[in-house]
Design a binder for this molecule. Sequence first.
Ligand code: ADP
Ligand code: ADP
Ligand code: MG
Length: 588
Amino acid sequence: MTPITRVLVANRGEIAVRIIRACHDMEMAAVAVYSDADAGALHVRRADQAVRIGTAAPAESYLNIPALLRAAFSTRCDAVHPGYGFLSENPTFAQAVIDAGLTWIGPPPDAIRAMGSKTEARARMEQAGVPIVPGYQGDSDDDAPFIDAADRIGYPVMVKAAGGGGGRGIRVVRHRDDLPDALAGARREAAHAFGDARIFLERYIDGGRHIEIQVLADAHGNIVHLFERECSAQRRHQKVIEEAPSPLVTPALRTRMGAAGVEAARAVGYVNAGTVEFIADAAGNFYFLEMNTRLQVEHPVTEAVTGHDLVRLQLMIAQGKPLPFAQTDLHLRGHAIEARLYAEDPRSGFLPAPGTLTAFSIPHMPGVRVDAGVTSGDAISMHYDPMIAKIIAFDSTRDGAIRRLDAALAAAIIDGTATNRDFLRALIAHPTFAAGEVDTPFIERHLDSLIAAMDSFAPSADRVTVQPEPARFVDPWARADGFRLGQGENARPGAAGAGQASRPRDGNVQGARRPLVGAGMLTAPMPGQVRDVQVIVGEAVKRGQTLVLLEAMKMEIRITAPGDGVVRAVHVQPGQTVERDQPVVELA
Ligand code: ADP
Ligand code: ADP
Ligand code: MG
């Protein structure tokens, strides 16, 4: 037994707040860390003590291992919880914490390492008898073996980064001719984002469903699963809505997938909470994608349907306590759905919208949990992920959970920044969502009609300033007036702008509304750093061609040519920081 009395929470935002709450619930003290951008942040206010660890840039603060260890020592912590993101899946950090004599609230560094490379994880899973997607993982820099392999695998194929995460470095390729470009692009992006250019191929499971198994393992060899979550509602391979249980999963499939999740964990000597992600097809086949060796963003839906507190269990496991239940003690009850509320503007290509949340409140309602990292008056910083909160609705039925989620979103008072609230409402009101049939390409395929449907959810001005109405479930898909499914993109004003917020993507592209300043002057749609300038003065460019790549809030933002033309001037260079609306490129 290793008692824990004081936990350093090596993270920020909603997950830091969530962990602090669990510590207090278990009568442990919690120490927050913060960057200069977060000095007054909610997680700092909620902690028993807080330590500054560096400047706003993540590399200087939340990714700064020596500063985090110093913070733990100076406040006499005996354990470290890494949350998700940042250093949570960094085996060097885990090892450094252990070597410093502190308790690491997470899996053993070797398990993190084994699952940290998707290609190594695939090999380990294949050995353990866990089904993997047919693929190719040669480590040649040469394209030829990849092209041959893709012919064998069959198109469409997916190009993925071995060190990838957060949906980055992923490309779907439908035709042989497009493969070399995709390989080059994926290598470039992987090298930049993960410091590792290695890529591999997988068969693309078209119309697949993302289903993941929550596992828990103690230090005494006991491993259980807490059933599945479905996270097929994704945009650019990133989750938007998550739920438990999955409408696709039958009891028989649940048993098979649960067992595969447990086997995956056992194969790498896993301890603590982890998630094994699978892609499933309509025929009931499922294939291992990756294991996330940490607490997942969407863990609350599992808490709702199992009645178990996952962070509490993480703390118990880290103290060396045995799991308090066996597999047969675990039961599913009801249905839970989580929506990720972001400060981003769906009408402008989902451009992140940093700023001050002048108002933010979601009324207390039965069956609704809100995990937020901010309160009214707090800033959504341009330096980090633009998540405002997770809203989790629970009910005895799936329909009831959808209704409650919509009610919470409708009643939410949010002011100061653009958000994806109305987009979330349009999504969960869609008949395909109601039917439980959303697959991973669904959002991209229906983006235009979903964005068009947002209008019918926009609160009227008096609603915002006076009182939240008792929530009503509005169904735009059932409306008799003008709105139609599959409405074309010209229905959206401003769709032909110059910038696009972009992560690796396939399919539908959203143009951001970027006004041209003067004739042909293209400006930065938001503050960020110039990553690449892809044109030179005098060069002829085509409409839609990428001119400059910006990086801001973990997003890659492409500034593209609004029409054919010639580059008259380039005002920025790689590495440079730009302000919002700063001139970038001038076209003639
Ligand atoms: P997956 O990697 O399978 O998409 P999640 O959906 O749980 O898993 O998390 C997505 C990733 O987004 C996390 O690994 C983390 O890197 C990042 N992330 C999301 N929100 C935040 C946040 N508020 N702070 C730090 N990192 C975040
Ligand atoms: P990340 O580390 O970025 O989360 P994943 O391997 O988990 O990477 O993939 C992210 C998402 O991309 C999945 O949730 C799924 O929607 C999609 N995806 C990944 N691999 C495949 C595949 N072989 N076929 C179909 N979709 C896939
Ligand atoms: Mg994943």
